[in-house]
Write a protein that binds this ligand. Structure first.
Ligand code: FCB
Length: 454
Protein backbone atom coordinates (compact mmCIF):
# COMPACT_ATOMS: atom_id res chain seq x y z
CA UNK A 1 0.00 0.00 0.00
CA UNK A 2 1.39 3.34 -1.05
CA UNK A 3 0.20 6.92 -0.88
CA UNK A 4 -0.22 6.93 -4.65
CA UNK A 5 -2.73 4.09 -4.43
CA UNK A 6 -5.22 6.59 -3.01
CA UNK A 7 -4.93 8.95 -5.97
CA UNK A 8 -3.10 12.21 -6.39
CA UNK A 9 -5.97 14.43 -5.19
CA UNK A 10 -6.54 12.48 -1.96
CA UNK A 11 -6.10 14.83 1.01
CA UNK A 12 -3.78 13.60 3.75
CA UNK A 13 -3.99 15.36 7.04
CA UNK A 14 -3.88 15.34 10.78
CA UNK A 15 -6.27 16.92 13.25
CA UNK A 16 -6.38 18.71 16.59
CA UNK A 17 -8.85 20.91 18.46
CA UNK A 18 -8.47 24.20 20.27
CA UNK A 19 -9.20 23.34 23.90
CA UNK A 20 -7.20 20.14 23.68
CA UNK A 21 -3.94 21.79 22.61
CA UNK A 22 -3.89 25.58 22.87
CA UNK A 23 -3.52 26.30 26.57
CA UNK A 24 -3.06 30.05 27.19
CA UNK A 25 -6.48 29.93 28.79
CA UNK A 26 -6.32 33.45 30.18
CA UNK A 27 -4.41 35.12 27.36
CA UNK A 28 -5.38 37.28 24.43
CA UNK A 29 -8.71 38.22 25.92
CA UNK A 30 -10.01 34.65 25.92
CA UNK A 31 -13.03 34.17 28.17
CA UNK A 32 -14.05 30.97 29.95
CA UNK A 33 -15.58 28.13 28.02
CA UNK A 34 -17.78 25.41 29.47
CA UNK A 35 -14.69 23.21 29.61
CA UNK A 36 -12.82 25.65 31.89
CA UNK A 37 -15.78 25.58 34.27
CA UNK A 38 -16.28 21.83 34.02
CA UNK A 39 -12.61 21.11 34.76
CA UNK A 40 -12.82 23.20 37.94
CA UNK A 41 -15.53 20.95 39.32
CA UNK A 42 -14.38 18.19 41.61
CA UNK A 43 -14.22 14.72 40.10
CA UNK A 44 -14.98 15.62 36.50
CA UNK A 45 -11.55 14.99 34.95
CA UNK A 46 -9.88 11.72 35.80
CA UNK A 47 -6.45 13.17 36.61
CA UNK A 48 -7.85 16.43 37.98
CA UNK A 49 -6.26 18.37 35.12
CA UNK A 50 -7.51 21.02 32.70
CA UNK A 51 -6.61 22.73 29.43
CA UNK A 52 -4.99 25.82 30.99
CA UNK A 53 -1.61 24.91 29.47
CA UNK A 54 -2.27 21.72 27.47
CA UNK A 55 0.34 21.56 24.66
CA UNK A 56 0.95 25.31 24.90
CA UNK A 57 0.18 25.40 21.20
CA UNK A 58 -0.94 29.03 21.48
CA UNK A 59 2.75 29.91 21.89
CA UNK A 60 4.37 26.97 20.14
CA UNK A 61 2.25 26.83 16.99
CA UNK A 62 5.12 27.61 14.58
CA UNK A 63 6.93 24.53 15.84
CA UNK A 64 3.74 22.45 15.65
CA UNK A 65 3.08 23.50 12.08
CA UNK A 66 6.71 22.67 11.24
CA UNK A 67 6.04 19.26 12.71
CA UNK A 68 2.91 18.79 10.60
CA UNK A 69 4.85 19.82 7.53
CA UNK A 70 7.70 17.47 8.37
CA UNK A 71 5.17 14.65 8.60
CA UNK A 72 4.28 15.35 4.99
CA UNK A 73 0.55 16.03 5.36
CA UNK A 74 -1.32 18.20 2.86
CA UNK A 75 -3.83 19.56 5.33
CA UNK A 76 -4.17 20.48 8.95
CA UNK A 77 -7.56 20.32 10.65
CA UNK A 78 -7.79 22.65 13.66
CA UNK A 79 -10.64 24.31 15.51
CA UNK A 80 -11.41 27.90 16.35
CA UNK A 81 -11.97 28.63 20.03
CA UNK A 82 -15.16 30.67 20.18
CA UNK A 83 -14.13 32.04 23.63
CA UNK A 84 -11.14 33.74 21.99
CA UNK A 85 -13.48 35.80 19.82
CA UNK A 86 -16.43 36.27 22.06
CA UNK A 87 -16.99 39.65 23.65
CA UNK A 88 -19.90 39.45 26.00
CA UNK A 89 -22.67 41.89 25.24
CA UNK A 90 -20.80 43.38 22.32
CA UNK A 91 -21.20 43.04 18.59
CA UNK A 92 -17.47 43.39 18.02
CA UNK A 93 -15.17 40.40 18.03
CA UNK A 94 -11.98 40.27 20.05
CA UNK A 95 -9.22 41.39 17.67
CA UNK A 96 -6.51 39.46 19.50
CA UNK A 97 -8.43 36.24 18.90
CA UNK A 98 -8.98 36.98 15.23
CA UNK A 99 -5.30 37.85 14.88
CA UNK A 100 -4.18 34.62 16.47
CA UNK A 101 -6.11 32.51 13.97
CA UNK A 102 -5.10 34.75 11.11
CA UNK A 103 -1.42 34.23 11.95
CA UNK A 104 -2.00 30.52 12.40
CA UNK A 105 -3.60 30.27 8.96
CA UNK A 106 -0.78 32.28 7.38
CA UNK A 107 1.63 29.91 9.08
CA UNK A 108 -0.12 26.95 7.47
CA UNK A 109 -0.10 28.52 4.03
CA UNK A 110 3.59 29.42 4.32
CA UNK A 111 4.29 25.77 5.00
CA UNK A 112 2.11 24.49 2.19
CA UNK A 113 -0.58 23.16 4.54
CA UNK A 114 -4.25 23.53 3.61
CA UNK A 115 -6.18 24.92 6.58
CA UNK A 116 -9.33 22.98 7.49
CA UNK A 117 -11.19 24.92 10.15
CA UNK A 118 -13.73 23.42 12.54
CA UNK A 119 -16.02 26.07 13.97
CA UNK A 120 -17.28 24.23 17.03
CA UNK A 121 -15.24 21.58 18.77
CA UNK A 122 -17.07 21.79 22.10
CA UNK A 123 -15.70 24.95 23.72
CA UNK A 124 -18.88 26.98 24.14
CA UNK A 125 -18.37 30.33 25.93
CA UNK A 126 -19.51 29.89 29.53
CA UNK A 127 -21.57 33.09 29.40
CA UNK A 128 -23.76 31.48 26.74
CA UNK A 129 -24.14 28.35 28.84
CA UNK A 130 -25.22 30.55 31.75
CA UNK A 131 -28.08 31.72 29.56
CA UNK A 132 -29.14 28.15 28.72
CA UNK A 133 -26.40 27.12 26.33
CA UNK A 134 -27.53 25.25 23.23
CA UNK A 135 -31.06 24.89 24.61
CA UNK A 136 -31.49 28.64 24.16
CA UNK A 137 -32.08 29.52 20.54
CA UNK A 138 -30.18 32.76 21.04
CA UNK A 139 -27.06 30.61 21.12
CA UNK A 140 -27.81 29.74 17.48
CA UNK A 141 -27.79 33.47 16.66
CA UNK A 142 -24.61 33.94 18.66
CA UNK A 143 -22.96 31.10 16.75
CA UNK A 144 -23.96 32.63 13.41
CA UNK A 145 -22.49 35.93 14.61
CA UNK A 146 -19.22 34.26 15.62
CA UNK A 147 -19.07 32.38 12.32
CA UNK A 148 -19.66 35.64 10.48
CA UNK A 149 -16.65 37.27 12.13
CA UNK A 150 -14.25 34.41 11.68
CA UNK A 151 -15.24 33.65 8.08
CA UNK A 152 -14.90 37.31 7.16
CA UNK A 153 -11.40 37.35 8.59
CA UNK A 154 -10.15 34.01 7.30
CA UNK A 155 -12.35 33.39 4.27
CA UNK A 156 -9.80 34.82 1.84
CA UNK A 157 -7.41 32.03 2.88
CA UNK A 158 -9.48 29.19 4.33
CA UNK A 159 -11.60 27.22 1.89
CA UNK A 160 -12.50 24.18 3.97
CA UNK A 161 -14.97 24.68 6.81
CA UNK A 162 -16.50 22.19 9.20
CA UNK A 163 -19.42 23.62 11.17
CA UNK A 164 -19.59 21.17 14.08
CA UNK A 165 -17.48 18.34 15.38
CA UNK A 166 -19.56 15.36 16.53
CA UNK A 167 -22.90 16.88 17.54
CA UNK A 168 -23.81 13.55 19.19
CA UNK A 169 -21.04 14.14 21.74
CA UNK A 170 -21.99 17.78 22.26
CA UNK A 171 -25.55 16.76 23.02
CA UNK A 172 -25.31 13.42 24.77
CA UNK A 173 -21.92 13.31 26.49
CA UNK A 174 -22.47 16.87 27.64
CA UNK A 175 -26.15 16.86 28.55
CA UNK A 176 -27.36 13.29 29.09
CA UNK A 177 -24.36 11.36 30.41
CA UNK A 178 -22.88 14.46 32.00
CA UNK A 179 -19.32 13.20 31.56
CA UNK A 180 -18.41 16.13 29.32
CA UNK A 181 -19.06 19.84 29.81
CA UNK A 182 -21.45 21.26 30.79
CA UNK A 183 -22.07 18.11 32.86
CA UNK A 184 -25.87 18.03 32.65
CA UNK A 185 -27.82 14.77 33.00
CA UNK A 186 -31.20 15.36 31.42
CA UNK A 187 -32.65 13.67 28.35
CA UNK A 188 -34.88 16.53 27.31
CA UNK A 189 -32.00 18.99 27.48
CA UNK A 190 -29.75 16.67 25.49
CA UNK A 191 -32.35 16.18 22.78
CA UNK A 192 -33.05 19.90 22.45
CA UNK A 193 -29.32 20.59 22.32
CA UNK A 194 -28.93 18.05 19.52
CA UNK A 195 -31.65 19.76 17.53
CA UNK A 196 -30.47 23.32 18.11
CA UNK A 197 -26.88 22.40 17.30
CA UNK A 198 -28.03 21.00 13.96
CA UNK A 199 -30.06 24.14 13.27
CA UNK A 200 -26.95 26.17 14.05
CA UNK A 201 -25.07 24.04 11.53
CA UNK A 202 -27.58 25.15 8.88
CA UNK A 203 -27.30 28.77 9.94
CA UNK A 204 -23.51 28.58 9.88
CA UNK A 205 -23.62 27.15 6.35
CA UNK A 206 -25.60 30.17 5.17
CA UNK A 207 -23.03 32.50 6.69
CA UNK A 208 -20.12 30.57 5.20
CA UNK A 209 -21.74 30.60 1.75
CA UNK A 210 -22.33 34.35 1.97
CA UNK A 211 -18.83 35.22 3.15
CA UNK A 212 -16.69 32.63 1.37
CA UNK A 213 -18.07 32.08 -2.12
CA UNK A 214 -15.66 29.29 -3.02
CA UNK A 215 -15.94 27.54 0.35
CA UNK A 216 -16.24 23.79 0.69
CA UNK A 217 -18.31 23.27 3.81
CA UNK A 218 -19.66 20.32 5.73
CA UNK A 219 -20.18 18.83 9.16
CA UNK A 220 -18.34 16.08 11.00
CA UNK A 221 -20.32 13.26 12.64
CA UNK A 222 -19.08 10.54 14.95
CA UNK A 223 -20.56 7.38 13.43
CA UNK A 224 -20.50 3.82 14.66
CA UNK A 225 -21.23 0.52 12.99
CA UNK A 226 -23.48 -1.43 15.37
CA UNK A 227 -24.19 -5.10 15.87
CA UNK A 228 -26.50 -6.92 18.26
CA UNK A 229 -25.01 -8.87 21.17
CA UNK A 230 -26.92 -11.95 19.98
CA UNK A 231 -29.34 -13.01 17.27
CA UNK A 232 -32.28 -12.61 19.62
CA UNK A 233 -35.10 -10.44 18.36
CA UNK A 234 -34.76 -8.30 21.49
CA UNK A 235 -31.07 -7.52 20.89
CA UNK A 236 -31.70 -6.86 17.22
CA UNK A 237 -34.49 -4.42 18.10
CA UNK A 238 -32.31 -2.74 20.73
CA UNK A 239 -29.59 -2.27 18.11
CA UNK A 240 -32.08 -0.58 15.80
CA UNK A 241 -33.18 1.74 18.61
CA UNK A 242 -29.60 2.65 19.35
CA UNK A 243 -28.87 3.22 15.67
CA UNK A 244 -31.78 5.63 15.47
CA UNK A 245 -30.21 8.00 17.96
CA UNK A 246 -26.50 7.29 17.48
CA UNK A 247 -26.41 7.53 13.69
CA UNK A 248 -29.75 8.20 12.06
CA UNK A 249 -30.75 11.14 14.22
CA UNK A 250 -28.08 13.14 12.42
CA UNK A 251 -27.68 11.36 9.09
CA UNK A 252 -31.40 11.27 8.29
CA UNK A 253 -32.07 14.89 9.10
CA UNK A 254 -28.99 16.11 7.24
CA UNK A 255 -30.36 14.28 4.22
CA UNK A 256 -33.83 15.76 4.30
CA UNK A 257 -35.61 13.07 6.29
CA UNK A 258 -37.54 13.51 9.52
CA UNK A 259 -36.24 12.36 12.88
CA UNK A 260 -36.65 8.59 13.27
CA UNK A 261 -40.34 8.15 14.13
CA UNK A 262 -39.88 5.46 16.78
CA UNK A 263 -37.40 7.56 18.67
CA UNK A 264 -39.71 10.55 18.58
CA UNK A 265 -42.53 8.36 19.90
CA UNK A 266 -40.32 6.91 22.64
CA UNK A 267 -39.14 10.38 23.68
CA UNK A 268 -42.65 11.61 24.31
CA UNK A 269 -42.40 14.95 26.12
CA UNK A 270 -38.62 14.94 25.64
CA UNK A 271 -38.97 15.16 21.84
CA UNK A 272 -37.32 18.30 20.44
CA UNK A 273 -39.20 21.52 19.90
CA UNK A 274 -38.88 22.08 16.18
CA UNK A 275 -39.64 25.48 14.69
CA UNK A 276 -40.85 26.07 11.17
CA UNK A 277 -37.95 26.02 8.74
CA UNK A 278 -35.60 24.13 11.06
CA UNK A 279 -35.61 20.86 9.14
CA UNK A 280 -34.90 22.62 5.84
CA UNK A 281 -32.00 24.45 7.45
CA UNK A 282 -30.53 21.21 8.79
CA UNK A 283 -30.85 19.62 5.36
CA UNK A 284 -29.21 22.45 3.41
CA UNK A 285 -26.76 20.97 0.90
CA UNK A 286 -23.18 20.56 2.05
CA UNK A 287 -20.07 19.92 -0.01
CA UNK A 288 -18.91 16.93 1.98
CA UNK A 289 -19.69 14.74 4.94
CA UNK A 290 -17.01 14.47 7.61
CA UNK A 291 -16.91 11.08 9.32
CA UNK A 292 -15.00 10.39 12.51
CA UNK A 293 -14.53 6.67 12.88
CA UNK A 294 -13.09 5.09 15.99
CA UNK A 295 -14.96 1.91 16.95
CA UNK A 296 -18.07 -0.23 16.52
CA UNK A 297 -20.58 -0.88 19.29
CA UNK A 298 -22.32 -4.07 20.40
CA UNK A 299 -25.83 -3.57 21.73
CA UNK A 300 -27.94 -5.68 24.11
CA UNK A 301 -31.55 -5.25 25.08
CA UNK A 302 -31.76 -4.11 28.71
CA UNK A 303 -35.33 -3.31 29.73
CA UNK A 304 -35.53 -0.29 31.99
CA UNK A 305 -31.94 0.80 31.41
CA UNK A 306 -31.47 4.34 30.23
CA UNK A 307 -34.08 6.08 28.15
CA UNK A 308 -34.12 3.38 25.46
CA UNK A 309 -33.80 0.14 27.42
CA UNK A 310 -30.47 -0.96 26.05
CA UNK A 311 -26.88 -1.41 27.05
CA UNK A 312 -23.55 -1.29 25.19
CA UNK A 313 -21.63 -4.46 25.96
CA UNK A 314 -17.97 -5.39 25.51
CA UNK A 315 -17.61 -8.98 24.35
CA UNK A 316 -14.48 -10.78 25.52
CA UNK A 317 -11.63 -11.68 23.27
CA UNK A 318 -11.64 -8.72 20.90
CA UNK A 319 -8.66 -6.53 20.21
CA UNK A 320 -9.06 -3.24 22.07
CA UNK A 321 -7.16 0.01 22.62
CA UNK A 322 -6.23 1.24 26.10
CA UNK A 323 -9.56 3.10 26.08
CA UNK A 324 -11.30 -0.26 25.68
CA UNK A 325 -12.45 0.74 22.21
CA UNK A 326 -12.70 -2.24 19.88
CA UNK A 327 -10.14 -2.18 17.08
CA UNK A 328 -12.11 -2.96 13.93
CA UNK A 329 -10.78 -1.69 10.61
CA UNK A 330 -13.49 -3.67 8.81
CA UNK A 331 -16.03 -1.69 10.78
CA UNK A 332 -14.83 1.36 8.90
CA UNK A 333 -15.49 -0.37 5.60
CA UNK A 334 -19.00 -1.45 6.57
CA UNK A 335 -19.81 1.97 8.02
CA UNK A 336 -18.67 3.79 4.90
CA UNK A 337 -20.55 1.38 2.65
CA UNK A 338 -23.69 1.94 4.65
CA UNK A 339 -23.41 5.72 4.68
CA UNK A 340 -22.67 5.76 1.01
CA UNK A 341 -25.49 3.46 -0.08
CA UNK A 342 -28.17 4.88 2.23
CA UNK A 343 -27.35 8.58 1.93
CA UNK A 344 -25.15 9.00 -1.13
CA UNK A 345 -22.95 11.90 0.04
CA UNK A 346 -20.98 13.37 -2.86
CA UNK A 347 -17.72 13.35 -0.96
CA UNK A 348 -16.67 11.89 2.39
CA UNK A 349 -13.63 12.88 4.40
CA UNK A 350 -12.44 10.74 7.26
CA UNK A 351 -11.93 13.74 9.53
CA UNK A 352 -10.70 11.72 12.54
CA UNK A 353 -9.41 8.24 13.22
CA UNK A 354 -6.86 7.18 15.79
CA UNK A 355 -6.09 5.22 18.92
CA UNK A 356 -4.75 5.50 22.43
CA UNK A 357 -2.24 3.17 24.04
CA UNK A 358 0.03 3.52 27.04
CA UNK A 359 3.20 4.82 25.46
CA UNK A 360 6.59 3.93 26.85
CA UNK A 361 9.55 6.22 26.28
CA UNK A 362 12.69 4.15 25.74
CA UNK A 363 16.05 5.08 27.23
CA UNK A 364 17.10 6.57 23.88
CA UNK A 365 13.95 8.69 23.82
CA UNK A 366 12.18 6.69 21.11
CA UNK A 367 8.54 5.64 21.45
CA UNK A 368 7.90 2.38 19.66
CA UNK A 369 4.11 2.47 19.63
CA UNK A 370 3.72 -0.62 17.58
CA UNK A 371 -0.02 -0.96 18.27
CA UNK A 372 -0.90 2.60 17.23
CA UNK A 373 1.19 2.18 14.12
CA UNK A 374 -0.60 -1.04 13.30
CA UNK A 375 -3.98 0.60 13.98
CA UNK A 376 -3.12 3.38 11.57
CA UNK A 377 -1.82 1.06 8.88
CA UNK A 378 -4.79 -1.29 9.06
CA UNK A 379 -7.30 1.55 8.98
CA UNK A 380 -5.63 3.01 5.92
CA UNK A 381 -5.83 -0.40 4.27
CA UNK A 382 -9.54 -0.48 5.18
CA UNK A 383 -10.03 2.96 3.73
CA UNK A 384 -8.39 1.86 0.53
CA UNK A 385 -10.67 -1.16 0.43
CA UNK A 386 -13.69 1.12 0.90
CA UNK A 387 -12.54 3.24 -2.02
CA UNK A 388 -12.35 0.06 -4.08
CA UNK A 389 -16.08 -0.35 -3.42
CA UNK A 390 -16.64 3.00 -5.10
CA UNK A 391 -17.16 4.98 -1.91
CA UNK A 392 -16.17 8.61 -2.52
CA UNK A 393 -13.67 9.03 0.32
CA UNK A 394 -11.33 11.84 -0.63
CA UNK A 395 -9.22 12.39 2.45
CA UNK A 396 -7.99 11.10 5.80
CA UNK A 397 -7.06 13.04 8.93
CA UNK A 398 -5.19 11.19 11.64
CA UNK A 399 -6.20 11.98 15.20
CA UNK A 400 -3.98 13.44 16.40
CA UNK A 401 -0.91 15.45 15.46
CA UNK A 402 -0.03 15.66 19.16
CA UNK A 403 -0.84 13.98 22.44
CA UNK A 404 -3.30 16.34 24.10
CA UNK A 405 -5.97 16.95 26.72
CA UNK A 406 -8.38 14.06 26.20
CA UNK A 407 -11.49 15.61 27.78
CA UNK A 408 -12.73 13.70 30.85
CA UNK A 409 -9.61 11.51 30.73
CA UNK A 410 -7.30 14.50 31.06
CA UNK A 411 -3.73 13.70 30.03
CA UNK A 412 -4.07 9.99 30.81
CA UNK A 413 -4.91 9.12 27.23
CA UNK A 414 -2.42 9.77 24.49
CA UNK A 415 -3.72 9.77 20.91
CA UNK A 416 -0.80 11.58 19.27
CA UNK A 417 1.42 10.50 16.43
CA UNK A 418 3.76 12.80 18.31
CA UNK A 419 4.64 12.30 21.96
CA UNK A 420 4.38 15.37 24.17
CA UNK A 421 6.41 15.54 27.36
CA UNK A 422 4.13 17.82 29.35
CA UNK A 423 6.88 18.77 31.80
CA UNK A 424 9.14 20.21 29.10
CA UNK A 425 6.66 20.58 26.19
CA UNK A 426 9.12 18.64 24.08
CA UNK A 427 7.60 16.94 21.05
CA UNK A 428 8.92 13.73 19.56
CA UNK A 429 7.51 11.69 16.70
CA UNK A 430 6.45 8.24 17.82
CA UNK A 431 7.10 5.31 15.57
CA UNK A 432 3.49 5.68 14.31
CA UNK A 433 4.29 9.27 13.31
CA UNK A 434 7.51 8.15 11.63
CA UNK A 435 5.55 5.47 9.79
CA UNK A 436 2.97 8.03 8.59
CA UNK A 437 5.81 10.30 7.54
CA UNK A 438 7.51 7.68 5.41
CA UNK A 439 4.16 6.56 3.99
CA UNK A 440 3.39 10.15 3.03
CA UNK A 441 6.83 10.52 1.46
CA UNK A 442 5.75 7.81 -0.95
CA UNK A 443 7.59 4.85 0.54
CA UNK A 444 5.61 1.73 1.27
CA UNK A 445 6.99 1.17 4.73
CA UNK A 446 6.53 -2.27 6.21
CA UNK A 447 5.11 -2.89 9.61
CA UNK A 448 7.44 -4.33 12.14
CA UNK A 449 6.61 -5.55 15.61
CA UNK A 450 4.30 -8.25 16.74
CA UNK A 451 0.94 -6.96 15.57
CA UNK A 452 0.38 -8.01 12.02
CA UNK A 453 -2.09 -6.37 9.69
CA UNK A 454 -5.35 -8.26 9.29
C1 FCB B 1 -13.27 12.39 19.27
C2 FCB B 1 -13.09 13.88 19.47
C3 FCB B 1 -11.65 14.31 19.62
C4 FCB B 1 -10.85 13.33 20.42
C5 FCB B 1 -11.05 11.92 19.91
C6 FCB B 1 -10.22 10.88 20.64
O1 FCB B 1 -14.53 12.01 19.68
O2 FCB B 1 -13.63 14.57 18.38
O3 FCB B 1 -11.63 15.60 20.16
O4 FCB B 1 -11.14 13.44 21.76
O5 FCB B 1 -12.40 11.58 19.99
Amino acid sequence: MKRDDFGSDFVWGCATSSYQIEGAAGEGGRVDSIWDTFCRQQGTIRDGSNGDVACDHYHRWPQDLDLARSMGVDAYRFSIAWPRLFVEGSAAANEAGLDFYSRLVDGMLERGLQPWATLYHWDLPQALQDAGGWTNRRTIDAFAHFVDHITRRLGDRVRHWITHNEPWCTAFHGNLEGNHAPGIRDLRTAIQVSHNVMVSHGRALQVIRANVPDALAGITLSLHPLRPASDSAADVAATARHDDLRNRWFLDTLHGRPYPAETIAALGAAAPLVEEGDMALIAAPTDFLGVNYYFPEVVADAPGEGPFGLRIVAPEGLERTAFNWEVAPQGMVSLLRRVSSEYGPKVIYLTENGSTYDDVVNADGSIDDVQRRSYLQRHLAALHEAMGHGIPVRGYFAWSLLDNFEWAEGYLRRFGLTYVDYSTQERRLKSSGLWYQSFLKGDSPRLSGNISPS
